[in-house]
Each structure stands twice: as C-alpha cells, then as structure tokens.
Design a protein around this ligand. Structure first.
Ligand SMILES: CC(C)(COP(=O)(O)OP(=O)(O)OC[C@H]1O[C@@H](n2cnc3c(N)ncnc32)[C@H](O)[C@@H]1OP(=O)(O)O)[C@@H](O)C(=O)NCCC(=O)NCCS
Length: 188
C-alpha cells in the first residue's frame, strides 16, 4: 500500500487548512516566533505573492483523495513553500527562505520527506540559487533542538550562523540557526 497522503501544489482553497497548521505551531510551540496564527488576509496575500509574483513553489500534503488536484474533502496535513528573502532589498532576489510544517498529528509518516523532496525538485523552475532555512532551537525538542538542525543537514544544508537569545516565547529565550543550501541553479 502506498502512502496515505498526496503531495500537490497548493491552491487558495487550501488556505484554511494551512492556517490551522500554522496556528497550532504559533500557539503551542517555539518553532515559529509568530505568537498568533495568520489572518486570512495576510495568508492570502503571502500565498499570492509566492505563487503569482515570484513563481516560487508552494506545496501541500493532503489526506489521500482520488486526484492530484484540489478536492473539497482534502485535509491539509503538511505544507512547504519558499518565500523571497528580504524582498524589499532586491539584490537578494536569488535567495529564498523555506518553510516546512507537518500537522502535529501526522508527523513521522514520511510527509516531511516527501514535501522537502517536492520543494527541492521545483527549484530549477525558479530563479533561486541559495535556499535558507531559519530554525528556532527548541531546547525541549529532539536533541535539545539540534535534531532539527541535523534533519536539514541530512538534506545537504550547512549551518551558516546562529543568533543567540533573539526570541522570547513562553518565558524562554530562544536561539535561531541559519542553514543554507546552494541549489546549483546556474542558468538563472
Ligand atoms: C520536522 C518535520 C518537518 C519532519 O517531517 P515528518 O513528516 O515528521 O518527518 P518524516 O516522517 O518525513 O521523517 C524523516 C526523518 O526525519 C526525522 N525527523 C523528523 N522530525 C525530526 C525532528 N524534529 N528532528 C530531527 N529529526 C526529525 C525522522 O525521524 C525521520 O528519520 P528516519 O527516517 O531516520 O526515521 C515535522 O516533524 C514538523 O513539521 N515538525 C514540527 C515543525 C518544524 O520543526 N518545522 C521546521 C521548522 S524550521
């Protein structure tokens, strides 16, 4: 039996499901420095900016339905996308920042692996040459937070910097690690 989920490009109808995942991580974890879920307006604006203005990838994992396209019974159980890094400074235009979240009840089923793989495969269609992952070090997480760093290293990312105590959430000071992947997109 194949996996019980499908990976496909996100569509606007997925935004409520995407919001549910982002809201969970904002309210319950230090993995994002957002302390509230996104507003519908902000989420839609960012979605359109990524897909339409930048033509960057945005994928969702959904519970299996019969097709690779949107189906209104799909439940979004994972998301990944690339957003422009500091877009107001256009010399950064070949650098993107990735985001990856799997629904907390669906971790450890290979969804993160499939999302990451889809994201990396989509990069040659974009102008991105350097991909960043910016992660919070959750000292209560796997390997005191460094498990997640190792997860990115496994995909070829290199740790390129660490900012100490830049986040304060749930009465804890939190470090951030920058990871970088050169994606060999030399034609752009
Ligand atoms: C990290 C995350 C994306 C991985 O996705 P997933 O679907 O749970 O992972 P997979 O089932 O594809 O597992 C792939 C491998 O990564 C490992 N892994 C999963 N989560 C990990 C974590 N937080 N730290 C270290 N390793 C992790 C798994 O053990 C597995 O390794 P194995 O094959 O040797 O057993 C997901 O757990 C998640 O969304 N976590 C919370 C949010 C988060 O940390 N996002 C990144 C913010 S920068």
């Amino acid at each position: 039996m194949g996996p019980e989920f499908v990976i496909r490009p996100a569509v606007e109808n997925d935004l409520p499901g995407i919001s549910t995942i982002l809201t969970h991580y904002a309210l319950k974890t230090v993995l994002t420095f957002a302390t509230a879920g996104p507003t519908d307006e902000a989420l839609r604006k960012k979605f359109r900016n990524i897909i339409q203005e930048n033509q960057f990838p945005y994928f969702v994992a959904t519970t299996r339905s019969s097709s690779q396209t949107y189906n209104n019974t799909d439940q979004v159980i994972g998301i990944t996308y690339i957003s422009p890094w500091l877009p107001e400074r256009s010399a950064y235009k070949h650098t993107g920042e990735m985001t990856l979240f799997v629904h907390h009840e669906h971790q450890g089923k290979g969804i993160g692996t499939q999302l990451m793989s889809a994201l990396l495969k989509a990069i040659p269609r974009t102008r991105i040459r350097e991909l960043l992952a910016v992660m919070a070090v959750d000292d209560k997480g796997r390997g005191a937070g460094l498990g997640l760093r190792d997860y990115y290293v496994h995909w070829g990312f290199r740790e390129v910097g660490r900012m100490e105590r830049v986040g304060f959430k749930f009465e804890r000071w939190i470090d951030v690690i920058f990871l970088q992947l050169h994606v060999n997109n030399d034609t752009h």
